[in-house]
Design a protein around this ligand. Structure first.
Ligand code: FAD
Length: 384
């Protein structure tokens, strides 16, 4: 089933990848390794790849450490970067599959294969001057952003609120708690969540561990409350079950309301987009914007994005070879670890019931990140 080699066709292979996140870069790296002569183009509106899984660390490191310029990656993996957003809809995908050419920013690009890896999107309620969300932390160093508000909050002895007890909200909250401790800040912290326990998407053991750590750090916790608004130093909440309103003093609210991919392209086992019941054999998809036919993992995680990207790349190469024997997607998640500040973490490894916390979990997370850094450096240590 798993062919260990590819049989290159005679012509120079042309592949366009839309989206230079975890999936897109994993695909570009795999394509370049197997086909040194391929013509690779990346379309992405950003000037850099963003290591989103480490964004919360920007309370102890500059954001620039998590932004890798596409110019440098392009030299390493031999691709050309077109800085633009590709507008994608289903009719366009069908048309690109037939015509094998697209136009972006007024320029025509011809290709043999197109990979759509444009990621997910996050729920964004209406912003106020007293709220920040993931977009803000994607463009500014976390510590610098918080410092803009810190004096005002401290002078009033008031609160900074994090809304959202999922993995993203929890990772940010613990980093902020440690940052404020290092600054000896009087600013108080609270967590608000619509769920009854933190990290509700995982087994309860993870949430229980996080809750103990919240208490250790003196962070107020308000479960079962929905965010309504934040303005004029007041946070408006509503109890999930009763609808009872609750107003709390808060000078700044950070909103991490969860992943909400607006569009997930359906794909077959091989990563080819399925449209109108038929596979578009020249159009592949990978990462958070894709949903592959089960049983492989469709988790919205960097590990899953990376595996899909690599599989899509392998199948593009197989499809381009004289023997079109494609490989099915069977990847199962091997774990997920949530960081709880610089020294602590909680997650599961191997099987979901294997909950690990503290130093071993932290080491596991560091290893996963280090393996990805190696890939970006051009050293591929992943199994197929
Ligand atoms: C704060 C945070 C922490 C996380 N931590 C973890 C973690 O610890 N472990 C884990 O496994 N997962 C984690 N995740 C989830 C993980 O980051 C995502 O699952 C992963 O980034 C998905 O990879 P992707 O390649 O699909 O998309 P992305 O990494 O989001 O990349 C998408 C790329 O597409 C580009 N793009 C968007 N639209 C277009 C367009 N129209 N045309 C061209 N390009 C476009 C974007 O600019 C971007 O570069 C975290 C997510 C967040 C937000």
């Amino acid at each position: 089933m798993f062919m260990p080699f590819y049989m290159p066709g005679r012509r120079r292979l042309r592949v366009v990848v839309a989206g230079g996140g975890y999936a897109g870069l994993a695909a570009l790296s795999a394509l370049r390794t197997q086909r040194p002569d391929a013509d690779l183009v990346l379309i992405d509106p950003r000037p850099h790849h963003l290591k989103i899984t480490r964004l919360h660390e920007s309370f102890r490191r500059p954001l620039a450490e998590f932004q890798v310029p596409f110019s440098a990656l392009g030299r390493r993996f031999g691709f050309r970067h077109v800085q633009a957003a590709l507008p994608i809809d289903e009719p366009a995908l069908s048309q690109w599959n037939t015509g094998r050419a697209l136009t972006v920013d007024g320029a025509a690009l011809e290709f043999d294969y197109l990979l759509i890896a444009t990621g997910g999107s996050y729920r964004k309620p209406e912003k106020s001057p007293e709220t920040l969300d993931l977009d803000d932390f994607s463009t500014e160093t976390g510590s610098g952003l918080i410092d803009l508000y810190r004096d005002a909050i401290e002078s009033r002895g008031r609160y900074l609120t994090v809304v959202g007890g999922g993995a993203t909200g929890i990772q940010f909250l613990f980093e902020i708690a440690h940052y404020l401790q290092r600054q000896r800040s009087a600013c108080r912290l609270r967590l608000v969540d619509a769920d009854p326990a933190p990290l509700g998407q995982f087994r309860p053991g993870l949430g229980r561990y996080a809750q103990v750590r919240l208490a250790d750090l003196g962070i107020d916790y308000h479960p079962d409350q929905r965010f309504q608004a934040q303005a004029d130093g007041v946070l408006q909440l509503q109890a999930r079950a009763s609808g009872q309103p609750l107003a709390l003093a808060s000078d700044l609210t950070l909103l991490f309301l969860g992943n909400n991919p607006a569009q997930r392209w359906e794909a077959n086992w091989f990563g080819q987009v399925v449209s109108g019941g038929a596979a578009l054999e020249r159009i592949y998809t990978a990462g958070d914007c894709s949903r592959y036919r089960p049983p492989g993992s469709n988790a919205l995680s960097a590990q899953t994005a990376l595996r899909k990207g690599r599989l899509a790349a392998r199948n593009i190469l197989r499809h381009a070879s004289p023997v079109r024997l494609l490989e099915p997607y069977l990847y199962r998640d091997l774990g997920y670890v949530v960081s709880l500040g610089p020294e602590d973490a909680v997650g599961w490894i191997g099987l979901e019931r294997n909950v690990v916390g503290g130093a071993p979990a932290k080491v596991a997370k560091d290893i996963v990140e280090a393996q990805y850094d190696l890939l970006l450096a051009g050293v591929d240590t992943y199994m197929p």
